[in-house]
Design a protein around this ligand. Sequence first.
Ligand SMILES: C[S@@+](CC[C@H](N)C(=O)[O-])C[C@H]1O[C@@H](n2cnc3c(N)ncnc32)[C@H](O)[C@@H]1O
Length: 206
Amino acid sequence: MSKLYIVGIGPGSKDYLTSAALNVVGLADIIFGSKRALDLFETKVQKIELDTKNMIKSFKDALGEAGNGKNVVILSTGDPGFSGILKPILKLNKDIEIEVIPGISSVQLCAAKLKIPWDEANIVTMHGKGISEDILDTINNEKPSIILPNFKPRELAQFLIENGIDRNKKAAVCEKLSYEDERIIEGSLEDIAEMEFNYMSVIVIY
Ligand SMILES: C[S@@+](CC[C@H](N)C(=O)[O-])C[C@H]1O[C@@H](n2cnc3c(N)ncnc32)[C@H](O)[C@@H]1O
């Protein structure tokens, strides 16, 4: 039976792709995904690249193709259910059967790299939403905060300092996790406020 599969690919390297993801992609008639997600799979089936401008139209096309009887895969970086594509697709979908294949989130890999038990952490995403003032209360609750910034860790660190958070607070940035040029930078909030990072970054405030 045709379905729409929403498949998490993990943080980016093939090392973190699950067998479940590979198996489902192997059965697909058509695959949608960002360039970095599509590049992980050598397949002859039709690939359609997602970018921020065509995202909603592509999701509608994907649902349409599944409605026409095709096995459709939409790839999501990390896990589809955390700051990923699951939410917008559920909003658009009325009657197509959907299956979600989980992936390893950038938050999980960041927690592993920094040896943070993440059941004791604040998990926050600001990705695409802007910096929310709620973060000021969250940061002050004694737990480490693992945050997907709104693209720039530097801007979040500056915002926190400008709003009274101690500039010497311990912080870290996990950049381009799982890629060959991965960087883990540990220092103070002030250090992070003065550095440039790739948009693929998770910030931790202790
Ligand atoms: C649209 S969100 C997707 C999050 C994804 N669903 C997850 O579970 O990791 C994209 C953001 O996730 C983070 N991210 C994704 N891949 C990453 C990686 N390999 N290293 C560091 N951060 C990453 C970055 O903050 C990036 O801007």
